[in-house]
Design a protein around this ligand. Structure first.
Ligand SMILES: [Zn+2]
Length: 65
């Protein structure tokens, strides 16, 4: 897996955005630790795939991964 870089600030502090309702306690714990972000329950092809933890820029497309 290649390192993602933020197109805005070039940071590698980038986490994946997960969609859908999350009730798995382990997943909730990982969200709290900042290992990934949640994008809500609605997802379409234009929804961003990644979020930069430095500048909060969301980028990429879930549809083409
Ligand atoms: Zn950034």
């Amino acid at each position: 897996m290649s390192k993602k870089k933020c197109p805005e600030c070039n940071s590698e502090n980038v986490i994946p955005i997960h969609y859908g309702y999350i009730d798995d306690p382990d997943a909730v714990e990982r969200i709290k630790k900042g290992e990934f972000a949640t994008g809500g329950c609605c997802i379409d092809e234009d929804s961003p795939k990644w979020q930069c933890r430095d500048c909060n820029k969301e980028f990429g497309k879930v549809g083409n991964i």
